[in-house]
Design a protein around this ligand. Structure first.
Ligand SMILES: Cc1ncc(C[n+]2csc(CCOP(=O)(O)OP(=O)(O)O)c2C)c(N)n1
Ligand code: SF4
Ligand SMILES: [Mg+2]
Length: 293
């Protein structure tokens, strides 16, 4: 058994997140979860992170595992490509709400539908934070930012409901400041065989600080007798809160739904037995020989 201290996953990069940002909770939970999984036998050198672009994406600089700093909106196609070519890797995507629910929406729906065996953690601060606080699809109606100075007029997207209806086989919501629960959920998400989606409510203390609102209204599904194998019950729980800052709403947290189904990799294996690229490729040789691999 290999035991690692989560601190060994620190890097030397200077952290430029604002003090108090919810991203710190997600980083700590990710490190704790990886350390726990390594202790359970998951090889550290197989963990691979994929980030988007945004404040959340700086996690690439702060978490000492293999990774790919991808582009805005394209975490999922990158993660799927990595997983298809190296199915033994444990791929975790870290995306923003702008990333995943705006520019990357189609990828999100299809990753869920394929049941790609990857984990997707969304840092949902309900704003485009790095570009200074414009409204995203999950910003509440009435949100005032630089792109919506008179208040956002449209209803927010409900990503939990979208993931469920698109076919995701593990759907959860967590809170960035509740590091213990978030750690447990990331561990469960990685262990799950199939597309694991974790929407993390991540207060952005600079542009969208929902911490007091959320803290007062959240409750835990496992303490409320929710059965995560019941799809209809998951749909009902998903509709309890729709990301509007409704003063009367209660916010369910935890695992909404979990089911075993054929994964994308299994489907590919059956239909396209030779999809995997050659291992240990010598790229100089491949290029010189003008080979296609
Ligand atoms: C393809 C592309 N589209 C748009 C941008 C501009 N852009 C960079 S960061 C960002 C906001 C990111 O918001 P989100 O994904 O919610 O991450 P956050 O900063 O909130 O963590 C945008 C729109 C970009 N860099 N690349
Ligand atoms: S702008 Fe918001 S999301 Fe970005 S580092 Fe600051 S608090 Fe965090
Ligand atoms: Mg955001």
């Amino acid at each position: 058994m290999v035991k690692i201290d989560p601190k060994t996953l620190n890097t030397y990069a200077e952290n430029t997140w604002c003090p108090g940002c919810g991203n710190f909770g997600i980083l700590t939970a990710a490190k704790n979860a990886i350390a726990r999984l390594v202790e359970e036998g998951y090889p550290l050198n197989k963990f691979t992170l994929v980030s988007g672009i945004g404040c959340h994406a700086k996690i690439y600089d702060y978490l000492n595992i293999n990774g790919f700093y991808s582009i805005h909106g394209r975490v999922l196609p990158t993660a799927i490509g990595i997983k298809l070519s190296n199915p033994d890797l444990i791929v975790i995507g870290f995306g923003g709400d702008g990333d995943t629910y705006a520019e990357g929406t189609a990828h999100f729906i299809h990753a869920a539908r394929y049941n790609a065996d990857i984990t997707m953690v969304v840092h949902n601060n309900q704003v485009f934070a790095l570009t200074t606080g414009q409204a995203t699809p999950t910003s509440e109606r009435g949100y005032r930012g630089k792109s919506t100075p008179d208040g956002k007029w449209d209803e927010p997207m409900n990503p939990i409901l979208l993931a469920l209806t698109a076919g995701a086989t593990f759907v959860a919501r967590a809170y960035a400041y509740d590091v213990k629960r978030l750690t447990d959920i990331i561990v469960e998400a990685v262990k799950h065989r199939g597309f694991s989606f974790v929407d993390v409510i991540q207060p952005c203390v600079t542009f969208h600080n929902v911490a007091p609102y959320v803290k007062e209204r959240m409750y835990y599904l496992d303490e409320a007798g929710h059965d995560p194998s019941d799809f209809e019950a998951a749909l009902r729980r998903a509709r309890e809160w729709n990301y509007n800052l409704d003063p009367d709403a209660k916010i369910p947290m935890g695992i909404f739904y979990k089911v075993e189904k054929q994964t994308m990799e299994e489907g590919y294996d059956r239909k396209v037995p030779y999809y995997r690229v050659e291992r240990n490729v010598d790229w100089r040789k491949v290029i010189a020989e003008k080979r296609v691999v």
